[in-house]
Write a protein that binds this ligand. Structure first.
Ligand code: ADP
Ligand code: MG
Length: 144
């Protein structure tokens, strides 16, 4: 998909969340967002959070690796994980990653997932973000 503005990128995320909400039991819950700095990963996650009525502002977590927000039933928590500063998967495992991804009530969005590829479950959906112009971004679903 090609998006022409941050707003449009957030709209795409919103549509993804709507689809999940329509069929929570059958939808993927772990999303891996790949792409360079400024490609729109955090912008997309902001759109997803807004669609889930999360009031807090989703930021690029400069020093925070992981942030969670409560969700309404049937979900439990929304996780925003940024592995930019991660050197070893162990750093994420130490934050309880295994339990987080195991819980079917959690929705998990991961930036820089390639840094922890070894510990990402097979059922995760991989999205690739690419800069195509000043305000243009391409979002692709990757086959893994
Ligand atoms: P990342 O998390 O991938 O590093 P961010 O979402 O933090 O990227 O930043 C993306 C930047 O690109 C923002 O400054 C945003 O305003 C800008 N931008 C311009 N066009 C788009 C677009 N179509 N989609 C998303 N972001 C865009
Ligand atoms: Mg980011």
């Amino acid at each position: 998909m090609l998006t022409h503005s941050p707003k449009q990128t957030q709209k795409i995320a919103e549509l993804l969340i709507k689809t999940i909400l329509e069929n929570p039991r059958k939808s993927p819950r772990i999303f891996c967002l790949q792409g360079d700095l400024g490609a729109g990963k955090t912008t997309f996650i902001q759109g997803a959070a807004r669609a889930l009525k999360i009031k807090n502002k989703i930021l690029s977590p400069t020093f925070v690796i992981m942030k969670d927000f409560p969700l309404l039933a049937p979900f439990k928590k929304f996780y925003h994980i940024d592995c930019y500063r991660i050197e070893k998967p162990k750093e994420i495992l130490n934050l309880g990653f295994k339990e987080i991804i195991k819980n079917p009530g959690n929705l998990v969005f991961i930036e820089w997932p390639e840094r922890i590829k070894k510990i990402i479950p097979k059922n995760a959906v991989w999205l690739e973000f690419e800069v195509r112009g000043k305000n243009k971004r391409e979002i692709k679903v990757k086959n893994k």
